[in-house]
Design a protein around this ligand. Structure first.
Ligand code: AMP
Length: 299
């Protein structure tokens, strides 16, 4: 297994301006793995409680997501709920119940340890580090984080930043982590903490990558009917890493293409609740939207 993700498998209760869903299958690693699996196999490391549907895990397997790294614990699965404002970009977390994730100590299966491409999806930085320490020859390690860990676990997060190649986070989190309001300067400060590049996600305004030798910005794919933005960031990361793991190339043109693939994966994610839409599309529709997005952004 050359591509591995560590993160949450969850139940999400979501309230949008138009609709709501209770206890839909979600989690940072779930979204990532679904997007990444469009490009090739991906190994999933996480923990579920007794309540997580076995049928969901069987469906993951059918899509090329290896679940050998999913631990089954006694207790309830991670639970998260949120409400979106009418502008879609403002999200209020209503509740986070770590449940079985609170005691999670990731054990990377032997067959995943040599993976070259590693994504540390949103989780406590201590858990992300524990997972990374077990990997024997990572070539590209990218991490996600969020305001909760920037506020509560900054020392652990800083230690992690010294060990990763890339960090993905949203604009508000980048400002919080760096203490800089200007996003270019914020990204520069974060790069100075360790990662070679930062991907800043700006919701419907797209994403930009700032690295040592590369700067690249993209608008979001113009989606006509947003249903639920949950998981867009993780799906972006899955498309980005999935493409790079598949090509095995880290040159600037591959990284630019990966930004387009990430943007496309995120656009499918937001067209449905949970992983419904993302799961429905194959690599061929991803490629069609990739071509469309490319034509939108080239003169
Ligand atoms: P995103 O919309 O890309 O930020 O990802 C949302 C997903 O992250 C949801 O499916 C949640 O279950 C999961 N999530 C929310 N909060 C956390 C957290 N504190 N740690 C790990 N995963 C989380």
């Amino acid at each position: 297994m050359n591509h591995v993700v560590i993160g949450t498998l969850a139940f999400d209760s979501i309230e949008t301006p138009f609709d709501r869903r209770e206890r839909a299958v979600g989690g940072s690693a779930t979204y990532f793995a679904h997007a990444a699996s469009k490009f090739g196999p991906v190994g999933l490391v996480g923990v579920v409680g007794k309540d997580f549907p076995r049928a969901a895990l069987a469906d993951f397997e059918a899509r090329g997501i290896d679940t050998a790294g999913v631990e089954h614990a006694d207790g309830e699965s991670f639970f998260w709920s949120c409400r979106y404002e009418a502008d879609w970009n403002t999200r209020h977390t209503l509740e986070t119940r770590l449940n079985v994730f609170a005691e999670f100590d990731p054990k990377i299966p032997d067959e995943y340890k040599g993976a070259e491409f590693v994504f540390l999806a949103n989780a406590q930085p201590r858990i992300q580090m524990r997972a990374l320490e077990q990997m024997t020859k990572p070539r590209l390690v990218v991490a996600d984080t969020m305001n909760l860990w920037i506020e509560n676990d900054l020392d652990d997060l800083r230690a992690l930043l010294g060990r990763v190649d890339g960090l993905v986070l949203n604009d508000e989190e980048a400002r919080m982590l760096s203490g800089e309001a200007n996003l270019v300067r914020a990204a520069g400060r974060i790069v100075a903490l360790g990662p070679k590049f930062v991907v800043l996600k700006k919701g419907e305004h797209g994403a930009f990558l700032l690295g040592e030798n590369l700067r690249f910005a993209l608008p979001a794919y113009p989606v006509e009917h947003v249903v639920d933005p949950t998981g867009a960031g993780d799906s972006f990361a899955g498309g980005f890493m999935g493409y790079l793991a598949h090509t095995g190339s880290l040159d600037p043109s591959s990284i630019r293409a990966a930004m387009l693939y990430g943007t496309v994966a995120a656009s499918y994610c937001v067209e449905g609740f949970s992983i419904e839409e993302l799961a429905r599309h194959r690599r061929s529709s991803i490629d069609r939207r990739f071509d469309e997005l490319r034509s939108f952004v080239t003169p």
